[in-house]
Design a protein around this ligand. Structure first.
Ligand code: GLY
Length: 421
């Protein structure tokens, strides 16, 4: 069969790598892809957000399966449009993807269905939001743009001044455009964070292995949040009983809640969960796989992913065998451009990849790379990541960092403590 993967980041590179291994697959395509994806798939310069362009491409290629990676096209109805065109598309439709695209909706959903989360209030009026903040007094407070803001719409405010400034950025200065016309003000949850992702067809859920993301840009969780500077799977020191509790108290009730509200969810349902003293609570939902969590997860997934994706689209997940996982841990470390998550240069030459031996235990997944003639160049804030398996975390880290140190570009930055604690 022919598979088209929509997107061009590290998550899509890892997906393409895994899908290309399937004996069911003859050809893999990606749009827009990146320089790393080109090694496994023919790429096409169609933006992930270009819904009519992606539908036209999928039809032209006669793709048997289209896998939509990023959140924006899911929220914009790409799966709806592909399905209407008679194509087999993996991912939630727009109504279901609202769980990520509208944080105010997701919080209300949790409240309606008693899914544990932080206390919160949503506002679209700046004066009401500021008055509530002043009256609340309690700090820190989390200020979130309700819509999609590419990971930049969240501020953990430690003072009233910071909270008020974040609210004004959204509601007055329109920093996030339409995504910031509503803000959600939440209690700040404390504890270790875990990413729990499940495949679901709306009836059956198949939880994947756990992962832990590292969002702040600098070591020891200092500095502003990024899309993710690295990830580890399984999430270290996470007791089995807690993963069971997260499945029972968060993932399953969410799938039921979405059915109850006539928004059946089919795809990867991602719960960012904080393990608080009062039990696991939802930090956020995503309607897709995490990036970079996908990279270590794909390294550990031993089963063919394609039958699982097809069964999800067809509502037949119940018939699939549980996926098999490599018990060894995987570590993924991201190399980023100087200045990220603020502004950063692009077009810098990347050297050293040829000196890295890649195999099933070590891969380099590209996030923001491109080709300029024979050169590999930077093309994004997150540039590429090394993912490695090892007999223990120490060995996986040593292998990932050993390879990453061979890759060079001007201003290259990475955290040195991914998986260290
Ligand atoms: N790594 C977090 C995310 O994908 O949203």
């Amino acid at each position: 069969m022919k598979v088209l993967v929509v997107g061009g980041g590290g998550r899509e590179h890892a997906l393409v790598w895994k899908i290309a291994k399937s004996p069911l697959v003859k050809e893999v395509f990606a749009a827009p892809g990146n320089a790393g994806i080109m090694e496994f798939a023919q790429t096409f310069p169609v933006a992930a957000e270009d819904v009519p362009g992606q539908v036209a491409l999928a039809k032209k290629l006669r793709a048997d399966l289209i896998v939509v990676g990023p959140e924006a096209p899911l929220c914009d109805g790409l799966v709806d449009a592909l399905t209407e065109a008679g194509l087999r598309a993996f991912g939630p439709n727009a109504a279901a993807a609202r769980i990520e695209g509208d944080k105010s909706f997701a919080r209300d959903l949790c409240r309606r269905h008693r899914i544990p989360g932080p206390g919160f209030r949503s506002f679209d009026d700046v004066h009401q939001a500021l008055a509530w903040l002043e009256q609340r007094g309690d700090l820190p407070v989390v200020v979130k743009a309700s819509g999609l803001a590419a990971g930049k719409g969240v501020t953990v405010a430690r003072s009233q001044k910071e909270a008020a400034a974040a609210v004004r950025e959204c509601l007055e200065r329109s920093r996030f455009g339409a995504a910031g016309t509503r803000v959600v003000l939440e209690d700040c949850l404390e504890g270790p964070e875990v990413s729990m992702i499940a495949l679901t067809d709306g009836r059956t859920i198949v939880p994947l292995e756990t992962a832990r993301d590292h969002k702040p840009v600098f070591d020891d969780d200092e500095g502003p949040n990024t899309g993710g500077m690295g990830a580890v799977s399984p999430a270290p020191r996470l007791a089995q009983r807690l993963t069971g509790q997260i499945e029972r108290e968060i993932l399953l009730p969410t799938v039921h809640a979405m059915n109850h509200e006539s928004r059946p969810f089919r795809g990867f349902l991602y719960a960012g969960v904080m393990l608080t003293q009062q039990g696991p609570k939802v930090l956020e939902f995503n309607a897709r796989l995490g990036d970079p969590e996908t990279q270590p997860l794909m390294m550990r997934l031993k089963s063919d992913i394609v039958p699982l994706l097809l069964a999800t689209v067809d509502g037949e997940l119940e018939r699939c065998e549980a996926p098999e996982w490599d018990p060894r841990p995987a570590v993924c470390v991201m190399a980023t451009s100087e200045g990220y998550p603020g502004s950063y240069p692009k077009g810098l030459e990347i050297r050293g990849l040829g000196g890295i031996e890649r195999d099933d235990d070590l891969q380099v997944f590209h996030s923001g790379t491109a080709r300029r003639g024979d050169q590999l160049i930077t093309a994004g804030g997150r540039v590429l990541a090394v993912s490695a398996l090892g007999n223990d975390l120490h060995a996986a880290r040593a292998r990932a960092y050993g390879a990453l140190e061979k890759i060079e570009f001007r201003g290259r930055h990475y955290r040195t403590d991914i998986g260290a604690r």
